[in-house]
Design a protein around this ligand. Structure first.
Ligand code: C2E
Ligand code: MG
Ligand code: MG
Ligand code: MG
Length: 276
């Protein structure tokens, strides 16, 4: 079927998934070409300390821009396809290489700051990830203390392997954050047994903060549990001052969200357009 791929991928996510169902064989080829042509870039979203408004770090987020600035596909969709067609390792290597070139300037400007990177579950189950992270921290201008890796509860589907790699990553001096907490199925047992550093509360909980709902109650309990385990809490997807204030009153240390800044190219971040 000769349908222009750009047209199909350009539409809503629904169109992209329709495309996936119909022409599963071709999307991997499109991804592979995009990787070879280095069409993916990283944008960085500031993470701020709620008490001071100071930027403590930034999360690297994958972008696949067109020339007009729009996106070919959303990052979570790119990751899903890459996972499905066995390209995730190459994509992760690409992201880490990109980071190696961009992180040093950020760290020069923020010596105590960190860049956090998202790892997908198969990355965490791949022994090779340790070698890649070791190479990253050997890059001049990047130290282990300037890096955080974010993993989701889906990584705990193989808890033995996941915990072995988490331990090894932390032994390198790289901190670990549990991302999107509360949206997976892992429950609390892994949180207690896997030693990590940060817990990121998903936007779905943040959205209910300040409302009189059960979900809002759950969010506050997650904060308390995280603190009782010695974790630093990062709230994701903060869009209003009210959310920021209420979370700060609950002792949430860090936050990221459009209230503070969108993700932006490294040059823009360095020019200080972020809420610094
Ligand atoms: P995530 O790691 O939970 O990243 C946070 C997402 O929330 C990002 O979506 C960010 O742009 C969005 N966000 C931040 N603040 C706000 C806000 O105030 N309001 C709203 N509505 N959204 C906000 P994004 O960039 O679309 O990324 C989606 C997901 O794709 C990420 O979720 C992460 O799971 C995955 N991802 C992105 N880049 C990478 C990557 O390099 N590698 C891997 N494995 N996954 C990645
Ligand atoms: Mg993340
Ligand atoms: Mg998240
Ligand atoms: Mg997410």
């Amino acid at each position: 079927v000769l349908v222009p791929i750009g047209l199909l991928l350009g539409g809503a996510g629904a169109l992209a998934s329709l495309y996936l169902v119909r022409k599963r064989a071709s999307l991997p080829a499109v991804l592979r070409t995009a990787l070879r042509k280095m069409e993916f870039v990283l944008h960085y979203q500031p993470i701020v300390e709620l008490a001071s408004g100071r930027m403590v770090g930034a999360e690297a987020l994958l972008r696949w821009p067109r020339h007009d600035g729009s996106q070919v596909m959303r990052p979570d969709a790119v990751i899903r396809v890459a996972e499905d067609c066995g390209l995730i390792r190459r994509l992760t290597v690409y992201v880490l290489a990109q980071l190696a070139t961009e992180a040093p300037a950020f760290i020069r400007q923020h010596p105590d700051g960190y860049i956090s990177i998202n790892l997908s579950p198969s990355d965490l189950h791949d022994e090779d990830i340790l070698e890649q992270l070791r190479q990253l921290i050997e890059t001049p201008g990047i130290a282990a203390r300037n890096l955080v890796v974010e993993i989701t509860e889906h990584s705990f589907l193989d808890p033995t392997r996941a915990s072995r790699n988490i331990t090894a990553i932390r032994a390198l001096g790289i901190r670990v954050a549990i991302d999107d907490f509360g949206t997976g199925f892992s429950g609390l047992s892994h949180l207690a047994t896997l030693k990590t550093d940060y817990l990121k509360i998903d936007k779905v909980f943040v959205d209910t903060i300040g409302t009189d709902s059960a979900t809002s109650e759950v969010a506050l309990h997650i904060v308390r549990i995280a603190h009782s385990l010695g974790l630093t809490v990062i709230a994701e997807g903060i869009e209003s001052r009210l959310q920021a204030d209420l979370l700060r009153e609950q002792g949430v240390e860090y936050a990221q969200g459009w209230l503070f800044s969108h993700a932006q190219p490294m040059e823009a971040l360095l020019r200080g357009q972020a809420a610094a």
